[in-house]
Write a protein that binds this ligand. Structure first.
Ligand SMILES: Nc1nc2c(ncn2[C@@H]2O[C@H](COP(=O)(O)OP(=O)(O)OP(=O)(O)O)[C@@H](O)[C@H]2O)c(=O)[nH]1
Ligand SMILES: [Mg+2]
Length: 350
């Protein structure tokens, strides 16, 4: 999963990046520098499975963070600007909003940033429409007509100042649209970056801005990036003690992971053999044959069946023999809907 951190200049992007990804990059230098980090998703389940399977290695799910400046916060007036191209490749955005400085105005900032994405997309949509219209006129090629129609629908939505994520799309159109990697089509985790003094009111602050929340499209998190960034270098035990003292129930990294998984509708299944126990984040509702394809394209092509064990059953019965005897190893076909925590062995033939 790739998460792009965006926001106005000096809103605390790098601070939140440090807090969420456990980094120690310089903050407050107005440098607008780009940072990257990859973290392992803290999920103990693959490690618990590994205790039984004793593989050579354990591979947890990973999250890639990109701290990329480029947004101005000017909203609709930002036409003509460009953002770091890699931002278009992210699965979702973490929008950091200044809620700590005396001149902070989170409501306006959030709206301006959403407007800015809409404007940037609008420019891109217009360019793409023009290109296609010219090509179709020149060559008479009809293959791009569906795309053209879709882009025109997008333009209507954007002109109404609505983000593309609000569009109701048929499966085929949704797939086509994802190919363009528009900014306003991505789910958004809004992070209100509050000062230490406001930590006690975190829940009230979240409540106040809850109108931005839209299930599967927009989420909200409240955190103090500055404090959490300072705790990054501490030993786990010491860090926990500080968090408790500060009244922080869910640390930044956990908030970001949980809410991003929820936003993107992700679950994890596991594969386990003597070489490797590995976590695979996939979309909720994925069927077994597609999940097999995530592991290896051969497994999807030659799919025979999936042997599925629930994580809890694995912990209780421990061995294949015991699981089979208890009827807890299920044989599932291509259409089986994978559940969070399934430990799956794919049988395939190519
Ligand atoms: N008091 C307080 N200051 C903060 C907080 N978060 C960030 N800051 C300060 O805001 C300034 C900017 O922080 P950065 O994290 O560098 O902001 P940025 O968005 O990455 O800035 P650019 O990349 O230059 O656009 C720094 O001086 C931070 O110490 C916070 O929660 N509380
Ligand atoms: Mg920065």
């Amino acid at each position: 999963m790739k998460l792009g951190i965006i926001g106005k200049p000096q809103c605390g992007k790098t601070t939140v990046f440090n807090a969420a990804a456990g980094q120690q990059e310089a903050v407050g230098d107005y440098s607008q520098a780009v940072h990257r980090a990859v973290i392992k998703v803290p999920d103990e389940r693959p490690f618990r499975v590994a205790e039984l399977v004793k593989p050579k290695k354990v591979t947890p799910a990973e999250i890639e963070f990109l701290d990329a400046p480029g947004f101005t916060g000017k909203g609709k007036e930002s036409k003509g600007l460009e953002v770091t191209p890699e931002l278009h490749q992210m699965d979702a955005f973490i929008m950091v909003v200044d809620a700590f400085s005396p001149e902070a105005n989170p409501e306006t900032d959030i709206q301006n940033l959403i407007d800015e994405m809409i404007i940037l997309d609008q420019v891109m949509v217009e360019t793409n429409i023009n290109k296609r219209e010219r090509r179709i006129k020149l060559t008479g090629d009809k293959s791009e007509i569906r795309e053209l129609e879709l882009l025109k629908r997008c333009l209507t939505v954007l002109e109404e100042e609505r983000p593309l994520i609000d569009m109701e799309l048929a499966e085929e159109d949704a797939r086509l649209l994802r190919g363009f990697m528009f900014l306003s089509q991505k789910p958004l985790l809004i992070v209100l970056n509050i000062p230490e003094e406001a930590l006690g009111e975190a829940e009230d602050i979240a409540q106040k801005h809850s109108h931005f929340v839209d299930v599967g499209k927009r989420e909200l998190a409240v955190m103090c990036g500055k404090i959490e960034m300072e705790l990054v270098s501490l030993e786990e035990e010491e860090r926990q003690a500080f968090l408790n003292e500060l009244g922080i129930k869910t640390p930044a990294v956990q908030q970001v992971i949980q809410k991003s998984y929820a936003l993107l509708g992700l679950i994890s299944f596991f594969t386990a053999n003597e070489n490797e126990v590995r976590a695979w984040p996939v979309s909720q509702g994925i069927i077994a044959v597609k999940a097999a394809g995530v592991v290896h394209s051969d497994m999807e092509r030659g799919f025979i069946r999936a042997e599925v064990v629930r994580f809890d059953d694995y912990m209780e019965y421990k061995t294949s023999a015991a699981l089979k005897a208890a009827g807890r190893m299920r044989l599932e076909g291509k259409e089986y809907v994978v559940e969070d925590g399934d430990v799956i062995q794919f049988r395939f033939n190519v």
